[in-house]
Ligand binder design. Structure first.
Ligand code: GLA
Length: 382
């Protein structure tokens, strides 16, 4: 982090001919369990990781925002804070614009800013590079203008920007964990009331993320349609959200739904229950329970919610054969490609990496990437 900060400061000086007044960071995340439950007001259990977005910034004398993205060949975008519109091309700058526009609804900001953005969250891998960018923008403005913005509020603003400005109907999980994650802990989030409860991941387990390198596009994917389907079930069964249904209620009302609606809702309800069970298994240090819950979660995302893909299924299967009940693996995030998250004993890491790499390449002629991660604190926690 220190090195990245120093490098970013020196790049900033080269670009803008003065030193930055603030350098801020927000992490990406991996979800350990609870996928597609957040927008149904259920539970999730993510962790912030040691990959993230850094922003160096200074105030300007005029109303312009000048933003340069180091990772996109130093592409520069300029706009006035009085006139913010999306490009509608799913462009990185829309996340910046949308977040600033949202912030301006709540705070009087009287001048523009110079920004240099640099991140190392793998793009399109389902590790929330976009949420980390949004949260980093909010943290930067909070520091630069002394806004004293609070983390949960920042997360809601970032989510609103993504929903309304970018057009992706994501839930609150990614922004909230990027803002409020706790070092060495997973965070149980109740997405109905945004209450947070931290829990240590058992120390016997290492966090290994395997990127299938099958790119996933959230805005263009079936994400929004899955969300609509869930909302439709809630309407049909006369509840505010799927949070207010139990698996037994769903079973009783099966005849009011078509088969697809039924299995989608079954995933959401069973997955939300598994989140609580995994939280308990972490606190009990029960490895075989952790293992069972992670594989069950994957099966449910694959068969009931149908957001998995051949490649992530294959990685989970290879990991499962090697690790058995000493740890677990599951697809993580929105799905349709992206990453598999593994919690495995440290002594198995090399074996899992070697076998997954070899077998995956043989099957798909594609090389996976591996990230052995630490769990970091959120942007608004320091
Ligand atoms: C994406 C969304 C989140 C969440 C996950 C699936 O990451 O941004 O809000 O819905 O998919 O769990």
């Amino acid at each position: 982090m220190q090195n990245r900060e120093a490098e970013l400061a020196s790049e900033f000086e080269k670009l803008y001919q003065h030193s930055p007044q603030a350098i801020c960071h927000a992490p990406g995340r991996v979800n350990l369990i609870g996928d597609h439950t957040d927008y149904n007001q259920g539970f999730v259990l993510p962790a912030a990781i040691n990959f993230g977005t850094d922003i160096a910034a200074s105030k300007r004398d005029d109303n312009m925002v000048v933003v340069v993205a180091a990772d996109f060949e130093f592409q520069k975008v300029e706009f006035s804070i009085d006139d913010i519109f999306p490009s509608n091309q799913n462009c990185w700058s829309d996340y910046v614009k949308g977040t600033i526009k949202e912030l301006l609804k709540y705070y009087d900001i009287h001048c523009g800013v110079n920004l240099l953005v640099s991140g190392n969250v793998p793009q399109g891998a389902g590790l929330s590079s976009s949420a980390s960018l949004e949260v980093a923008i909010l943290k930067t403005f909070s520091v630069l203008f002394g806004l004293n913005l609070e983390g949960v509020k920042a997360a809601v603003m970032a989510q609103t920007a993504e929903n309304e400005f970018v057009g992706c109907q994501c839930g609150i999980m990614d922004q909230l964990i990027s803002a409020m994650g706790e070092k060495e802990h997973a965070l149980l989030i109740d997405c109905e009331n945004l209450q947070l409860k931290k829990i240590k991941v058992p120390k016997e387990l290492s966090l290994l993320i395997i990127n299938s390198n099958v790119p996933r596009g959230l805005v263009d994917s079936e994400y929004n349609s899955r969300r609509k389907q869930c909302e439709q079930v809630a309407i049909s069964l006369d509840v505010l959200s799927l949070r207010h249904l139990k698996l037994t209620d769903l079973q009783k009302n099966k005849s009011k739904l078509d088969e697809e609606q039924f299995i989608r809702a079954r995933h959401v309800l069973s997955e939300s229950d598994r989140v609580i069970e995994l939280f308990d298994a972490f606190s009990e240090g029960d490895l075989s329970k952790i293992s069972r819950l992670m594989y069950q979660s994957h099966e449910s995302l694959k068969n009931d919610f149908e957001v998995s893909c051949e490649q992530t299924d294959f990685i989970v299967e290879v990991a499962r054969e090697l690790v058995g009940d000493k740890g677990g693996a599951r697809m993580t995030g929105g799905g349709f490609g992206g990453c598999v998250v593994c919690l495995i004993p440290q002594e198995m890491i090399d074996l899992v990496k070697q076998e997954v790499e070899a077998q995956y390449y043989r099957r798909f002629s594609l090389a996976p990437d591996f990230y052995l991660c630490s769990i970091e604190g959120g942007s608004f926690i320091h």
